[in-house]
Ligand binder design. Sequence first.
Ligand SMILES: Nc1ncnc2c1ncn2[C@@H]1O[C@H](COP(=O)(O)OP(=O)(O)OP(=O)(O)O)[C@@H](O)[C@H]1O
Ligand SMILES: [Mg+2]
Length: 383
Amino acid sequence: MNIPVDNHTILLVDDEPGICKVLCISLTDMGYTVHTANDGDEALRIFSKQNPAIVMTDIKMPGMDGIDLLKKIKEKRPETEVIMITGHGEMDLAIMSLKYEATDFITKPIHPDTLEIALKRAEERISLKRQLREYTENLEGLVEEKTRELIAAERLAAVGQTVAGLSHAIKNIASGLGCGAFVLEKGIELDEKKYLDQGWQMVKNNVDKIKHLSLDLLNYAKPSAIELKTCDPNLPAREVADLMSAKANEMGVLLETQICSDLKSFAFDPDGIHRCLLNLVSNALDACAECGASRHPRKIVIKTQKSKGWAVEYRVEDNCGGMDETVKDSLFQSFFSTKGKMGTGIGLMLTKKIVGEHNGVIDVETRENEGSLFIIRLPLNKS
Ligand SMILES: Nc1ncnc2c1ncn2[C@@H]1O[C@H](COP(=O)(O)OP(=O)(O)OP(=O)(O)O)[C@@H](O)[C@H]1O
Ligand SMILES: [Mg+2]
């Protein structure tokens, strides 16, 4: 019902025109606009048209009686105040009407005081309901406002965490650069080529780190870092294996590649996936380095394979280090690293973001002191 409710309008229903007329005069004198109906059907028609806040109805009428009318009105607009007019000996009906949520009942012959009290009560209920509605609306507004404040506070906390993580990463690189500069200076001072080479290498390594850090951060900050191109999913796996083989060799780590020749080209971001696999292989190499030569052979396998429901599955597995439950649970958190000055904790957070942007999934299986397996699954994406 879209017609606004008129709080000063009463619909009066009685099959006796005399009673209707007298009551109508009293109610008009009390300041109400009154509509009258002589039966239930007419009352419902007027109710739909005028949307009065109060209905006064005789309880016994031919055709639709007062109780049926009460039920229908409550179905149409439950908050309508319905006052039942009863005759003598109709107490049972009057009580039944209260069960159907009538506001009150008044007995014929209607005394002006009784009428006034019943209407006052109905008006009080109308005003109470209005206040309750306003209060609920205010409460909703208040909850919305508080939620907005909470989100802002959470964002601020997240920014704080990011800045803290970033400062930590930058501080590590700066201290690496400082050490390199110190060794270089010693080399110059003592004219020792050994120190010059060593210091220069340290500076170069840390300049490389800054380059990677800023690239990773730029990628992370972009709303969408991926650019879909249709190509062979084996391409980034081969590239990363080629790129890392020299380093693995130097460390005495076996880097094995198992390529599935049966995979079809599909749309994905080859550079993004290259970055992900590079992060996984770098982490595996770090785990091998930490494990030392005690484990023999130390081995990393980069594998591509088919996976039901996915376009490709990449696997990067190492047989070193592994992780305990705490590390496993925190892996993908921003700036989480167990590598002290050697790690920024951006690698996996960026990897997860890139995989997520492909609508893919990344999983990890790991056993402490035994090794880890990272699995990336990518779906068919439309380019
Ligand atoms: N293959 C792995 N074996 C053991 N631990 C791992 C492995 N891969 C990841 N981790 C753990 O997850 C942490 C987070 O890895 P992530 O790549 O995000 O950061 P990082 O390697 O420490 O630093 P960087 O940002 O330089 O990559 C690592 O510090 C390490 O504790
Ligand atoms: Mg890493």
